[in-house]
Write a protein of this length. Structure first.
Length: 505
């Protein structure tokens, strides 16, 4: 097996079966490359969370209804979640560096326009374009990491730092939004623009040059159309379902259309010489568990953050900044663990850490069910945030490592797109489910206690999602304990180490 490592601007093959990854030095250029990629992922996550707190100000300033205002958030999710598969494969075919830089430039321009427009439709359009560009930067950035850093301690450390930046962006977005909205909501839209432009300038100098995939057999146009259309319609249907009704004819017909397009997509991918998604990669148990783990992990956390934000602001009457600071311990814990999680993954493997992470998440969510109208922060909210932060710090990097290990270099973009699709679809799907559950229990008279009681079923659903993720991850742990042997790179290793070594289907 060969991977490529960029050192001092040169791209050279490194045989991981012969050379330990520790032999590759962390040069300033390598650090700079990682920081550019981390900046893009930080901005993607920042943009998702930062706009939420600013929505009331946006609606008041632009005269938007609640249903229209929802699309300021949903427009970004639609573009991001709907085009990730295409973005990942495009990075493999056209070159990861080129795709990343072009998409990052579009992201910066859309951020600038979003802060200057004076109409709701134009703001929503700019948000959709930002989501679209993020659908290309996210898989391209992740695949640049996995093709620049060889499997093992070096890549694990890089991925732990990279995924921590995503978590930090999501957490810090709440704090930044609370601060910036006090001046103007437009600053929340404009903030990513200069950061993205700086990352673009630095990236043109530091990112390793990559070649386009050779002999790819042509472009899978039917697969791209079907895959993109099915993901766009799925995300759109899930976002709209709480308003139109889950059992409405429109929602049901949309889900049927999604199912038909997905079946057609699978048939096309099985027959085309150069598929958008090589379905054989899903024959790997660790790969499937990583995708489903990402789906349930992000879905549960998105629903949790949504409910806790509503609880703190609508029930307790906390300000946006006060609410953001309440989440800060979780984000700080994730950030402080950035450079350490990679070594923990090296020692214990991804399967064990994913199980432990889901345990911490489930316990944290269950603990939050104890909240009332007068919570003791140190007794309930702080322990919950620390548990959730610990679960996030262990689970998210491990899922990324497990999904990308053992994948050929020319398919890293594809797998990265799959993983990010699981993340986005999981967030949109389970947030819609939690919203529907809370809406179904909405009280006739909105007293603080009645509103809190309507949130509890949603919190139970969130905890149940984490338990489902735990059960799925336990199947991988049980398989690893059987101790069966597999042959990898002419060496025999126990299946307990499968999550740490490259395995081919």
């Amino acid at each position: 097996m060969q991977v490529h490592v960029s050192v001092r601007g040169m791209t050279s093959p490194l045989n991981t079966s012969a050379t330990p990854s520790a032999a590759v030095r962390w040069t300033p250029r390598l650090w700079g490359t990682l920081l550019v990629l981390c900046a893009a992922m930080f901005l993607d996550a920042l943009d998702v969370s930062m706009v939420g707190v600013a929505l009331p100000s946006i609606g008041s300033d632009l005269g938007l209804s609640t249903s229209t205002l929802q699309w300021v958030v949903s427009g970004y999710i639609l573009g991001y979640g709907g085009l990730l598969l295409l973005g990942g494969r495009t990075a493999d075919l056209l070159g990861r560096r080129q795709v990343f830089l072009v998409a990052l430039g579009v992201f910066a321009l859309a951020s600038l326009l979003g802060g200057l427009v004076d109409s709701g439709p134009l703001l929503i359009a700019s948000r959709f374009v930002k989501g679209l560009s993020a659908a290309f930067t996210a898989p391209a950035g992740l695949s640049i990491i996995t093709t620049t850093f060889p499997e093992g301690p070096l890549r694990n450390r890089a991925l732990s730092i990279y995924t921590t930046c995503a978590a930090a962006g999501y957490s810090m977005g709440l704090v930044f939004s609370g601060l910036l909205t006090e001046a103007s909501w437009r600053f929340t839209m404009l903030l990513p623009a200069p950061v993205a432009l700086l990352a673009l300038v630095v990236g043109t100098r530091l990112l390793p040059r990559t070649e386009r995939e050779r002999d790819h057999g042509g472009y899978d146009i039917p697969g791209a159309v079907l895959g993109t259309a099915s993901m766009l319609l799925l995300v759109f249907t899930v976002v709209e379902a709480p308003g139109t009704g889950w059992a409405s004819a429109r929602t049901l017909l949309s889900f049927v259309a999604v199912a038909v397009m997905l079946v057609a997509f699978v048939l096309v991918e099985l027959r085309t010489p150069s598929p958008l998604v090589r379905l054989g990669v899903l024959r790997s148990g660790p790969q499937v568990r990583a995708q489903l783990g990402a789906l349930t992990f992000v879905g549960s956390y998105t629903g949790f953050q949504f409910l806790v934000t509503l609880y703190m602001q609508q029930v307790l009457g906390w300000s946006a900044l006060h609410t953001a600071l309440a989440f800060l311990p979780a984000g700080a814990l994730v950030a402080l663990s950035a450079t350490k999680v990679g070594a923990v993954i090296d020692r214990f493997g991804t399967a064990r850490l994913i199980v432990l992470g889901f345990v911490l998440l489930a316990v944290g969510y269950a603990l939050f069910l104890r909240v009332d109208l007068h919570p003791v922060y140190a007794a309930v909210i702080l322990p919950t945030m620390l548990l959730v932060g610990s679960g996030f710090a262990l689970t998210f990097p491990s899922l990324n490592v497990q999904a990308t290990n053992g994948v050929d270099e020319h398919e890293q973009g594809m797998v990265s797109g799959l993983l990010n699709t699981s993340v986005q679809v999981g967030g949109a799907l389970f947030l819609a489910v939690v919203t529907a559950v809370v809406t179904a229990h909405a009280p006739a008279r909105a007293t603080p206690q009645a509103v809190l009681d309507s949130y509890r079923p949603g919190l139970v659903v969130v905890a149940a999602m984490a338990v489902v993720g735990l059960l799925l991850s336990l199947t991988g742990l049980r398989r690893s304990r059987r101790g069966r042997s597999v042959v990898v790179a002419r060496s025999t290793v126990k299946e307990a180490d499968v999550d740490r070594v490259p395995v081919r289907d």
